[in-house]
Design a protein around this ligand. Structure first.
Ligand SMILES: C[S@@+](CC[C@H](N)C(=O)[O-])C[C@H]1O[C@@H](n2cnc3c(N)ncnc32)[C@H](O)[C@@H]1O
Length: 294
């Protein structure tokens, strides 16, 4: 194991990534690798690890090569059908859960119907699945939508995995194809407690300067909504208040440099209590705006 890890590290130029690859090829967790360093590996493990290392050296994201990645309490399938879930999105879920709990506990307007949450642009499904899992039955339904059939397919696969371990949580998730709010059934209009989205927000110019590991492998439509990077926010902010209950929350992931623009956009559109929350490194990352027509 030690020798294999060293030779993989030489190919991928990273010790930690070599440990991930060897552990995955051997069917172990990266943490347990250290206790088997002097153990023999099978030819099959060695071959698999070297194939994975080659793909990584060619520039493919580690997560796509491993095929699964952890996100909060989930272990999700990740592949080129959708964006690799990012740690900052785990923080977006944290903010969304606080907003949902606030609604559930009756702060602001008291919910009179079972809570409905939406995750628009669900990709691998991580936000919707986390909300369904972590909120338990205080949430009645989580609508997860995406315009990309491939992404929705991946979300369906991840939902099937969740259904095996947590059938009740999985049963609360509804997948729907379509662009932003067009994907939702009309009878949800005015009924949604919290709208969460991590939409594409990279401008066309920023995209050309992105790290090739992102630019050349992750879906362009998951990253770039248009020339300015603000196009998806414009739609979400303009339309969310029609779908939210009075006082309901809109929770959006954004790039740190977009905070002032989006705050002004939300306030200009008539939302109240507009706040910005930081990611783990303290950079502005999540916008919360409440539908003001209470
Ligand atoms: C930044 S990714 C986020 C994926 C996932 N929610 C996450 O946080 O990892 C944006 C997602 O929005 C989807 N998307 C792009 N345009 C859309 C549209 N018009 N309507 C719905 N979803 C869209 C993309 O397919 C992609 O899955």
């Amino acid at each position: 194991v030690r020798r294999l890890t060293t030779s993989v590290a030489e190919v991928v130029h990273s010790e930690p990534e070599a440990r991930w690859i060897v552990a995955h090829a051997a069917g172990l967790s990266p943490r347990s690798l250290v206790s088997v360093l002097d153990t023999a590996v099978s030819e099959q493990t060695s071959e698999t690890a070297h194939l994975m290392a080659r793909r990584r050296a060619d520039g493919e994201p580690l997560q796509y090569i491993l095929g699964t990645w952890s996100f909060r309490h989930l272990e999700v399938i990740v592949d080129s059908r959708a964006l690799v879930p990012r740690p900052e999105t785990e923080q977006v879920v944290e903010v969304a859960l606080a907003e949902i709990r606030r609604r559930a506990s009756g702060s602001g307007a008291v919910p009179t119907r079972p809570m409905v949450i939406t995750d628009l642009g669900t990709g691998s499904g991580v936000i919707a699945l986390s909300v369904a899992l972590e909120m338990g039955d205080s949430v009645a339904a989580v609508w997860a939508t995406d315009v990309s059939p491939a992404a929705l397919d991946l979300a369906r696969d991840n939902l099937a995995v969740l259904a095996r371990s947590h059938p009740a949580a999985a049963a609360r998730v509804h997948l729907a194809p379509g662009s932003w709010f067009d994907a939702l059934p009309e009878d949800l209009m005015g009924q949604v407690q919290v709208v969460v989205a991590n939409p594409p927000y990279v401008s066309a110019r920023e995209w050309s300067g992105l790290d090739p590991v992102v630019r050349d492998y992750e879906p362009h439509s998951a990253l770039v909504p248009g020339v300015t990077g603000l196009e998806a926010f414009e739609i979400l902010i303009a339309q969310a208040h029609r779908w939210l209950v009075p006082g309901g929350g809109l929770v959006l992931e954004m790039a740190p440099h977009q905070a002032a623009t989006l705050t002004a956009m939300a306030e200009g559109a008539g939302y109240g209590d507009v706040t910005v929350h930081g990611d783990l490194s303290g950079r502005p990352r999540v916008l919360v705006a409440r539908s003001a027509h209470v």
